[in-house]
Design a protein around this ligand. Structure first.
Ligand SMILES: [Zn+2]
Length: 240
């Protein structure tokens, strides 16, 4: 754990004002910590616990500090990960071998989680052999989560296909995202927690017309990648 002086120096470096850099944890230091926490979407308690420390110093929080919730802890090995990209498999409601080779975590129609063949740490930059190839030119530092659904779906005019996304899958997604954000110290923003369909527009990396996720099979009123992404980001933040 960092000393008060290290925390003060880091806060000052990042443009927050902790008062004199004297190693004394006074009210100005506590206020600067709170401002930093608010800026990063963390609980603003003025205390540098493991998660705030990870956000401050850019390290991975220790596993016991980040309750894994519904994702088994051993599915989330230590790694520096920058973002999470959400997909659908464009396949059936259950994960196939092909699905498992492309993503780190899959969510089946009944909300059951399936672990992918590649371990998340293989996608830490620089990627290592066997990494999960889920997003064209954007696999490095990216965790790939996929909902098992939308086989034979058509974008326009919209047709849900033979395996429409279920409410259960959609409802499980934020829980998985929150567990990953906690584990890897990822702060929820449109650039860090996004769908495959948002990658091109938000990160500027061309994706050849990918539209996962820009429609919800069970709710035709939600239209477009940003609308879908904003929903899962808000739901994830509410869990953090
Ligand atoms: Zn995708």
């Amino acid at each position: 754990m960092a000393t008060t002086l290290e925390i003060q120096r880091r806060l000052a470096e990042l443009g927050f004002q902790p008062g004199p850099l004297d190693g004394v944890p006074g009210p100005k230091t506590a206020e600067a910590i709170k401002q930093f926490q608010r800026a990063r979407g963390l609980a603003a308690d003025g205390i540098v616990g493991p998660i705030t420390s990870a956000a401050l110093f850019g390290t991975t929080p220790p596993q016991d500090a980040a309750p894994s919730g519904i994702v088994p802890a051993d599915w989330m090995p230590a790694a520096k990960m920058q973002r999470i990209i959400v997909h659908w498999t464009a396949g059936a409601h259950k994960a196939s071998g092909l699905d498992r080779s492309h993503y780190h975590i899959m969510i089946e129609d009944d909300g059951k989680l399936v672990r992918g063949t590649p371990s998340i740490d293989l996608n830490q930059a620089p990627t290592r052999k066997g990494y999960a190839a889920h997003t064209l030119n954007c696999n490095s530092g990216s965790v790939g989560v996929s909902l098992c659904c939308m086989a034979s779906a058509v974008e326009n005019p919209f047709a849900v296909g033979s395996a429409p996304m279920t409410r259960k899958q959609w409802g499980t997604l934020p829980k998985v995202l929150a567990a990953l954000c906690k584990r890897y110290g990822i702060v929820v923003t449109p650039k860090t927690v996004l769908s495959h369909a948002e990658v091109q527009g938000t990160l500027g990396i061309a994706q050849r017309g990918k539209w996962d996720i820009s429609r919800l099979a069970f709710d035709p009123t939600v239209l477009g990648a940003t609308a879908c992404g904003d929903l899962f980001r808000a739901a994830t933040k509410a869990l953090l």
